[in-house]
Design a protein around this ligand. Structure first.
Ligand code: PGA
Length: 246
C-alpha cells in the first residue's frame, strides 16, 4: 500500500441527536495522530459536525448519496449537497442499504461515480451472508460485488463487512479476514491495475476496543469501519489507539 496510515471510520447509522454533537466532537479531536479518523453521522448532523470539527484533523462523511446531482428525487441527497456541508467521504452500498433499499451493484456503482465526480471519497461496502460463507461462496460473492460495484476508474476505499458480523458481536477468524483481504487486493489489482494497490481495504463488523488491535494488525487491513462502538467517542478513540503505527 502506498499510504500506510490506517483509516478508522465511525458509521453512526440512524443514531445521534443534535445535543450530542458538541461533546463528541470535542472528545474525538483528541484522536491519536498516527491514524485518520472519519465520522459518518446522519445527514441532519453533518452541518453541525462540520462546524464542531472545524480546524481539526477529523474528517466527516455521509452514509449514502443519490447517483445524480439534482432532480425530482423526493427524500434523496446528492453528492454535491454532501460536499457543500464539508463532508469528504460517503459510505456506499452498505449491506443495510443493499438489503433495506434494494440497492443493486449497478446502483452502488452509479453512486460511486457520482461521489467521485463531486470530489468525495466513496467507501464501497462488500460482504457475504452467513449462508454464503457456510456454502464456501464468500470469496466469489465479494469478487462479484467488487466487479459490479466499482467503476472502472475507482478512487476510494473498500470496506469488507461480512453481513453476519455486523452488530452481532461475532467476527471472522484472523485467517478468514486475511484470506478475504488478500482476495480483495488481488481483485482490485486485476480491475484497476496499479491504482488498485493504493486502495485502502477496511474491515467492518463488530469491531470494538477489545478486538481492534488483532484485526487491525492483519495483512491488507487498512483500517476499520465501526458501527455500534463508534457511538461512544472513548471506544472509537481506543480502537484508533490500537491501530498499528507503520
Ligand atoms: P458494527 O457495524 O460495528 O455495529 O458491527 C459495522 C457497520 O455496519 O458498518
Amino acid at each position: 500500500m502506498t499510504d500506510m496510515r490506517q483509516l478508522i471510520a465511525g458509521n453512526w447509522k440512524m443514531h445521534g441527536r443534535l445535543a450530542e454533537v458538541a461533546a463528541y466532537a470535542e472528545a474525538i479531536r483528541k484522536a491519536p495522530a498516527h491514524v485518520d479518523i472519519l465520522i459518518c453521522p446522519p445527514f441532519t448532523l453533518l452541518d453541525r459536525f462540520a462546524a464542531a470539527l472545524s480546524s481539526s484533523a477529523v474528517a466527516l462523511g455521509a452514509q449514502d448519496c443519490h447517483p445524480t446531482p439534482q432532480g425530482a428525487h423526493t427524500g434523496d441527497i446528492s453528492a454535491q449537497m454532501l460536499a457543500e456541508t464539508g463532508a469528504t467521504h460517503v459510505i456506499l452500498g452498505h449491506s443495510e442499504r443493499r438489503e433495506n433499499h434494494g440497492e443493486s451493484n449497478a446502483v452502488v456503482m452509479a453512486k460511486a461515480q457520482a461521489a467521485i465526480a463531486a470530489g468525495l471519497t466513496p467507501i464501497v461496502c462488500v460482504g457475504e451472508t452467513e449462508d454464503q460463507r457456510n456454502e464456501g461462496e464468500a470469496e466469489g460473492v465479494v469478487r462479484g460485488q467488487l466487479a459490479h460495484s466499482l467503476p472502472a476508474k475507482f478512487a476510494g476505499v473498500v470496506a469488507y463487512e461480512p453481513i453476519w458480523a455486523i452488530g452481532t458481536g461475532r467476527t471472522p477468524t484472523e485467517a478468514d479476514v486475511t484470506t478475504m483481504h488478500a482476495t480483495i487486493r488481488t481483485a482490485l489489482l486485476a480491475q484497476l491495475g496499479e491504482a488498485g494497490r493504493g486502495i485502502k481495504i477496511l474491515y467492518g463488523g463488530s469491531v470494538k476496543p477489545s478486538n481492534a488491535a488483532t484485526l487491525l494488525a492483519l495483512p491488507e487491513v487498512g483500517g476499520a469501519l465501526v458501527g455500534g462502538a463508534s457511538l461512544q467517542a472513548e471506544d472509537l478513540l481506543a480502537i484508533a489507539a490500537s491501530a498499528p503505527r507503520s
